[in-house]
Design a protein around this ligand. Sequence first.
Ligand SMILES: [Zn+2]
Ligand SMILES: [Zn+2]
Length: 211
Amino acid sequence: MLEIVSFTLGPAQTNAYLVADPDTRDAAVIDPAWDGKRILSAAQTRGWRIAHLWYTHAHFDHIGGAAEIADALNPLPLVALHPSDHVLWRAGGGGAYFGFKIDPGPEPAIDFTHGQILRLGGSRFEVRYTPGHTPGHCVLYCADANVCFCGDLIFAGSVGRTDLPGGDWDTLEKSIREQIYTLPDETRLLSGHGEETTVGKEKRFNPFVSA
Ligand SMILES: [Zn+2]
Ligand SMILES: [Zn+2]
C-alpha cells in the first residue's frame, strides 16, 4: 500500500509529495519543491530510501529542493522528466523571471513518455502526458491507491496558468478533459498548489473547465 507524506514549501507554497512502499522502503519524491532537507529528514525518520525524483514539470518552485536531497544521497536519485521540459529545466525552471536562482540538482536521467509505468515497491504509477501549463507537463496516476498527482494542470476550483512561456490554454483544456476527467470520479487529485480535490468534484464545480 502506498504511503504519502505531503509538504507545502517555498516561495510559491508548492506541494511536494514523498511517496513510498513501506514494506520495501522504496521512496520517490514527486516535485521536490523547496527545502530538500525537510523532505529528506521525513524519509530518514521512516527508514525510507529516496531512489527517484519525479517531476510533473520543470518550474523552479517544483524542483528547488532537488539539489539538497541529491547531495545527501549515494547513489544519486534518478531524476525523471518529460523531454519537452528539458529546455525549461536547463533555464533554471524559469526562476529568473520571478527573481529566484535555484541549484537545479542532478540532470534528468529518465524521459517520461505517455503510458509509461513507473514502479515503486509494489505500487505502479502511470505517466499521463498533459501539456498546456508547460510543454512537458505530466501527471502520475496510481490506480491502486486511487490517487493522481497532477502538478499544475488542475487545482481545487482552478487550473494551471497558461501565460508563462510554453503555456497554451487550448492544450491545457484538452489535457484536463482527456487525462483527468476520464479517471474514476472518486480519484483523489493531489495538486502542485492548494488543497486536494477529486475528479468528480472538479467535473461538477471547476469554473474553468466543465466536464
Ligand atoms: Zn508550474
Ligand atoms: Zn507550481
